[in-house]
Design a protein around this ligand. Structure first.
Ligand code: SF4
Length: 300
C-alpha cells in the first residue's frame, strides 16, 4: 500500500492568526480570567489546546452570544475573545460597552465579506447569501441586516423574497464547496437577470478542495483529518465521495480502523483548515509504520 500526503492541507492563515492571538492574550494576562465566546475554530483538539492556556470556551447553541456575555462575572475584570468564524458586530460592541476587554479573532476573509455586504446594502443592492444553516459564520453575516436572503441549498431558492427588478448581489460563506456555489449560482442566473456574483470561498478552503479534486486517480481510500463540526473539513469529504473514492473523516488516531486498508493500494490523506498539524502528523506516522509492516510481510 502507498500513502500520499495531499497538499495543501491543514492549518490556514485565519486559524494560525486566531491561535496566535489566544496565545498572546494568555501570555500577557496570566492572572486574569479569559473567555472564548464560541469555539475558536471547529476542532476539539484545538479547544483542548486552548484550555491548556487557561482560556475557557463558552459555547451553547441554546443561548445567544449576548446572554453568554451577560453570564460572565464582570467584577473579576475578565477578557473575552470572539471566535474566528465572526460574530454579530452589535454583540462585540455590547461587550465593549459594558466594560469587558475584547479581542476579535474573526478571520480577515470573513471580515472582508462582512464589509462587502454592508457596502452593497448601502449602494442599494438586495443581498443573497449562500451558506450553511446555523453555522456561526452565516449567523454573523445574517446579523448584519434583516433583509439578507439566505440560501443553504437549491431548495431555498424558491423561498427568496426579493424584488427581481432591483439590483441583487450574491456572495457566500468562505468554506462552502466550489460545486455548491456554482450549482446555486447557475439557477440564480436563470431566475434573476439583474444579478451580480462574487465567489468568496477563501483561498485556503478552495486550494484544499482543489487538491482533493485533482488527487491521483489511483487513490482508492481517502482519509480526511478534522472535526465533524468543521464545515471546510466536511467539504473535503464531499469532494472525495464525489470522486467515488472511499472516504473517512477521522478526528484523531483512535478513529482509524485498520480494516479499511484491506485490499487497498493507495491511501490519500488530507486535513481541514482547523486541524492541528500534530494530529495529522501522528496519523501519518502510524500509517507509515503500518505500511512498512505490510511491505515487510510481503517480502517474507
Ligand atoms: S478557512 Fe478561510 S475563512 Fe476560515 S479561518 Fe481559514 S482562511 Fe479564514
Amino acid at each position: 500500500m502507498k500513502l500520499t500526503k495531499i497538499t495543501p492541507r491543514g492549518f490556514c492563515k485565519g486559524v494560525v492568526d486566531a491561535w496566535a492571538l489566544c496565545r498572546k492574550v494568555a501570555k500577557e494576562n496570566p492572572n486574569r480570567e479569559i473567555y472564548l465566546i464560541g469555539w475558536l475554530v471547529h476542532n476539539k483538539n484545538m479547544i483542548e489546546d486552548i484550555e491548556k492556556l487557561s482560556i475557557k470556551t463558552i459555547d451553547d447553541v441554546h443561548i445567544s452570544r449576548e446572554e453568554i456575555i451577560n453570564s460572565i462575572d464582570k467584577n473579576k475584570n475578565p477578557i473575552v475573545i470572539f471566535s474566528a468564524h465572526g460574530t454579530n458586530p452589535k454583540v462585540i460592541e455590547y461587550a465593549r460597552n459594558i466594560g469587558l476587554e475584547v479581542y476579535d479573532a474573526t478571520c480577515v476573509y470573513v471580515t472582508n465579506v462582512q464589509k462587502l455586504i454592508k457596502e452593497k446594502i448601502n449602494n442599494g443592492y438586495q443581498i443573497i447569501y449562500i451558506g450553511v444553516r446555523n453555522h456561526p459564520e452565516s449567523n454573523s453575516i445574517l446579523s448584519l441586516h434583516s433583509s439578507i436572503q439566505f440560501v443553504s441549498d437549491i431548495n431555498d431558492i424558491d423561498k427568496i423574497v426579493i424584488d427581481p427588478n432591483n439590483k441583487i448581489f450574491v456572495t457566500n460563506q468562505t468554506t462552502i464547496s466550489i460545486y455548491e456555489f456554482y450549482d446555486i449560482v447557475k439557477i440564480l442566473k436563470i431566475k434573476y437577470k439583474n444579478i451580480e456574483f462574487k465567489n468568496d470561498i477563501c483561498n485556503a478552503a478552495k486550494e484544499r478542495q482543489e487538491a482533493v479534486i485533482n488527487m491521483d486517480d489511483t487513490i482508492d481510500l481517502l482519509l480526511v483529518v478534522g472535526d465533524k463540526k468543521s464545515n471546510n473539513t466536511n467539504k473535503l469529504c464531499q469532494m472525495g465521495i464525489k470522486k467515488n473514492v472511499e472516504t473517512y473523516l477521522v478526528s484523531n488516531l483512535s478513529d482509524i480502523d485498520y480494516n479499511w486498508f484491506i485490499n487497498k493500494k493507495h491511501v490519500g490523506i488530507t486535513s481541514g483548515c482547523s486541524t492541528p498539524t500534530w494530529v495529522t502528523n501522528s496519523i501519518i506516522t502510524k500509517l507509515e509504520e503500518y505500511i512498512r509492516g505490510q511491505n515487510g510481510k510481503n517480502n517474507c
